[in-house]
Design a protein around this ligand. Structure first.
Ligand SMILES: C[S@@+](CC[C@H](N)C(=O)[O-])C[C@H]1O[C@@H](n2cnc3c(N)ncnc32)[C@H](O)[C@@H]1O
Length: 478
């Protein structure tokens, strides 16, 4: 039996869904964070469970043949578990994971994963946290005090949610966004150092919830070549400080001929990083961005959902369009529709599109997006799918269904309603193959449905994530 805290050595057999390395030590399964298929590693066991042990890499003894040569390796970015693996191998790993998860469906077509059209600088949205460069906690008369200094805009390292580390060249972001992160960090450092007013304008200390600067969110549009800069703060603070900041940001010469089209401030008063009820004010320009996917134009508001890989989103939506086929003269049901982008992209010439989405603001944007694209045949409902689906099915009949649920998959009740719909084809888009497999099994149990195809689309190079477009057909429907 493996023991917690002990170190062992072994060869990593594969990378499983979620990114961890897998090996067996005397028949005991070990999942190792940071390990790559083909490496021989020394690993330390952190947790032992009934079915498996969890471990971390202590030392790589033999590198993997799938690893990039040292000179090609980039700065370590949290969340990019596969960044040291050659891209073709990353795709093979993701394909192998799908084959394993869908092993009980031997008859389906499971083609190679479609690569992302762009593998570096592909993200259209970057979120940086703000914190202190150095933080020291000490006791003074029995009370905890903090000796903090410097300001950094960066990422929380995986093992410390309250710390922020600077990474100069984030290879999944564009040159323009990397440049802005760096320059804005310098501007904020200078504002903090030279401030003489009464307010606390230091970075946010996530442990004791003090300070002003909490983060920086930037979104860029390839279509308009413009960028929205969004400062996340704990309060509005001094007006003079914002005037100076806006002036300095606007004076920057951004590479790649990109321009800033809006500077906004979001007050986030909550203690945790999760932004609930953001209070957004526009300091300069506009808070809205427009992006084009194929022939469709979409409006992006500061906190609305939009796929973070623009060219990847075009590939994903084109794949969905191919799977659903011709929609002219047909009624299309777009479940979990977000801001309506899949329906509008794939079925703008349909007789009718009905979208369901529980977030009211997203539905408002979906309606605007339909209008923007002259799609006059779309109706959107701001409701939970499991609640409103029976009512919708009583009003209309559908020829095609698109389902794009969150990671948790489709609610069992909604799945029961879906199973009854007499439609030939269901195209299920998923970012979680495990819940997709669970939902497909539930549909197949009714003996009315059959999984036909599972196509991976890599929207997130260098990470362990993947989008999947699957086709499920109704057996008793001609
Ligand atoms: C993966 S996103 C899909 C976004 C959209 N299809 C797109 O590509 O832009 C899942 C969406 O489902 C919504 N959602 C989650 N649970 C829901 C439910 N029970 N009923 C309706 N919508 C739900 C979320 O708010 C989110 O917008």
């Amino acid at each position: 039996m493996l023991k917690k805290g002990e170190t062992y050595t072994g060869a990593v057999e594969k990378n499983v869904w979620g990114g961890k390395g897998f090996l067996k030590n005397d028949e005991q399964v070990v999942l190792i964070k940071g390990a790559i298929e083909g490496q021989v590693v020394e690993y330390r066991v952190e947790k032992t469970k009934k079915q498996y042990a969890e471990a971390v890499v202590e030392k790589v003894i033999t590198p993997s043949s799938f690893e990039l040569p040292e000179r090609e390796k980039k700065n370590t970015i949290p969340g990019c578990e596969y960044q040291d693996i050659r891209y073709e191998k990353q795709l093979e790993i993701k394909h192998g994971q799908l084959q394993e998860i869908f092993r009980n469906f031997p008859e389906i077509s499971l083609p190679a994963v479609l690569p992302s059209p762009q593998i570096f600088g592909y993200r259209n949205k970057m979120e940086f946290s703000c914190g202190f460069e150095t933080q020291e906690c000490f006791l003074e008369e029995g009370n905890k005090k903090w000796n903090d200094s410097g300001l950094v805009l960066g990422f929380h390292p995986p093992q410390d949610w309250a710390k922020v580390i600077r990474i100069d060249d984030v290879f999944i972001a564009s040159r323009a966004l990397n440049f802005l992160r760096q320059e804005i960090e310098v501007i904020l450092q200078s504002i903090v150092e030279n401030y003489s007013g009464e307010k606390d304008v230091r970075p946010w200390n996530a442990r004791i919830h003090t300070g002003l600067w909490r983060g920086l969110i930037m979104r860029e549009s390839a279509y308009s070549q413009s960028i929205i800069v969004n400062f996340l703060v704990s309060e509005e603070s001094d007006a003079s400080l914002w005037e100076e900041l806006v002036e300095e940001v606007l004076s920057l010469h951004i590479p790649e001929n990109k321009k800033i089209s809006g500077i906004i401030r979001t007050v986030h008063t909550g203690k945790s990083d999760a932004i609930v009820n953001p209070q957004v004010s526009v300091l300069w320009g506009s808070e809205l961005l427009e992006e084009k996917l194929g022939e469709s134009v979409f409006e992006i508001s500061p906190f609305s959902f939009f796929q973070t890989n623009t060219l990847g989103a075009e590939l994903l939506y084109s794949t969905v369009r191919k799977k659903i086929g011709e929609t002219s003269g047909k009624n299309v049901l777009d479940l979990f529709c977000g801001t309506g982008s899949i329906g509008i992209f794939c079925a703008s010439n349909a007789k009718k599109i009905v979208g369901i989405e529980m977030i009211q603001e997203a539905v408002a944007v979906a309606r605007k997006n339909a209008e923007k694209n002259n799609v006059t045949n779309a109706e959107f409902y701001a409701e939970k799918v499991e609640k409103v689906l029976p009512e919708i099915l009583q009003k209309d009949s559908f020829d095609t269904i698109i389902v794009d649920p969150p990671r948790s998959g489709v609610h069992p009740k909604a799945l029961q309603y879906l199973a009854q719909i007499p439609v030939k084809k269901l195209v299920y888009v998923s970012c979680n193959p495990s819940t997709l497999e669970r939902d497909v099994r539930a549909l197949e149990m009714t003996q009315k449905w059959r999984l036909v195809e599972v196509q991976g689309v890599d929207m997130f190079p260098h990470t362990s994530h993947l989008e999947i477009v699957s086709v499920i057909e109704r057996i008793d429907c001609s």
